[in-house]
Design a protein around this ligand. Structure first.
Ligand code: FES
Length: 190
């Protein structure tokens, strides 16, 4: 390679590097959904409103609504995951430094058996209409140990799944996670 052709070659390589340095930040917003999905594992978090709407000793059924990305396009908000917000009987809500409260539990309504939505009412407690899995208010499966072992009256392999919930500026913010049904341990779906 003579001096002239070396200079032409070097100029081309440098131009390519400069082009890449400029292009990658510009492409960032377009690649972001892909990068987030594959890289950070970041999950959507949904603000369900002021925490004082959940009164002492109550169970509230609500729906987490999220907007998903389809490539670079943000899709309209859609119902994503049903949850129970359960408040204990304490008159006031205490919050730790990370925003978590011992007075509130948030559980997914997705049944750990096959994924139907679990219902709640005072007479029946937490009951799945599909195959009659029952869950007690202390967040364990209901039924005797023999019943649970036999799988006869309660086919759920585990308790209802707990979700991360924090209080931020007086509002309850819940992380959206779907768990795999049919497993003895809670395993988030990718
Ligand atoms: S899906 Fe709930 S009991 Fe089967």
């Amino acid at each position: 390679m003579n001096r002239r052709s070396f200079l032409v070659w070097a100029n081309g390589v440098l131009g390519g590097i400069v082009g890449l340095v400029v292009a990658v930040p510009l492409l960032g917003p377009l690649l972001d959904p892909v990068l987030r999905k594959q890289g950070s594992g970041e999950r959507p978090r949904v603000d369900v409103g002021p925490v004082d709407q959940f009164k002492p000793g109550t169970v509230t059924q609500t729906m987490l609504v999220t907007s998903k990305m389809d490539g670079p396009i943000k899709m309209p908000p859609r119902p994503d995951l049903g949850v129970f917000v359960i408040r204990d009987t304490a008159k006031t809500i205490t919050v730790d430094a990370e925003g978590r409260s011992p007075n509130l539990k948030v559980l997914s309504r997705e049944c750990p058996h096959l994924g139907c939505n679990v219902d709640y009412d005072k007479a029946n407690g937490f009951l799945c209409p599909c195959h009659n899995s029952r869950f007690a208010t202390e967040f364990e499966k209901a039924g005797t140990k023999q019943e649970i072992r036999a799988g006869a009256t309660n086919p759920s392999p585990r308790r209802l799944d707990s979700l991360d919930a924090r209080i931020e500026d007086g509002r309850l913010v819940i992380e959206v996670v779907h768990f795999r049904p049919g497993r003895p341990q809670a395993e988030p779906r990718a």
